[in-house]
Design a protein around this ligand. Structure first.
Ligand SMILES: [Zn+2]
Length: 161
């Protein structure tokens, strides 16, 4: 079991954070952006970056080759649907995708939008962590967080129409 402190200060004990979120035990801030039979998408509000979406499987698996045929098809459909919404609603030109199998959570893909300010941290994978930390530590004003919440609402509306 792991102790996880939520953004509202509450502490919960869960085996797997992804299971807790995809099963609805923990409601992510901003809510569910999109949910299908096999996948669940939400913004990680720990990092106030507009359109930063986490797409998690509902099953507790770790690796790509554990996906069933139905899940594989659903995954690529959902991923590209969210990508399209990021473009049409938020004007996001490029996205980095990050997914690691040695996670303490379960199968989930980060969809990290690229904004102009991020290029001061370089390009490609080495810039991802510094970018996220910069957002969390330096770009976390009330206004910015409100913008992120507004972006979540716009994406949710676009993806569920
Ligand atoms: Zn899990």
């Amino acid at each position: 079991m792991r102790q996880i402190t939520l953004s509202n200060g509450k502490t919960v004990e869960v085996k797997c954070l992804s299971c807790a979120i995809t099963s609805g035990l923990i409601e992510p801030d901003g809510g569910v952006v999109l949910e299908t039979e096999y996948f669940h998408a939400h913004q990680d509000v720990a990092y106030p970056i507009k359109g930063l979406i986490i797409l998690a499987s509902k099953r507790h698996i770790k690796c790509f080759d554990e996906l069933t045929e139905e899940e594989k098809i659903d995954y690529i459909k959902v991923l590209s649907k969210i990508r399209e919404a990021q473009r049409t609603v938020l004007g996001i030109k490029y996205v980095y995708y990050f997914y690691n199998e040695d996670t303490t959570h379960h199968f989930h893909t980060w969809m990290v939008p690229r904004y102009k300010w991020m290029y001061e941290f370089g390009r490609s994978v080495e810039s991802v962590r510094p970018t996220l930390l910069h957002a969390r530590n330096e770009v976390n004003s009330k206004e910015n967080i409100q913008e992120v919440m507004d972006a979540i609402a716009s994406l949710t509306k676009e993806l569920n129409k």
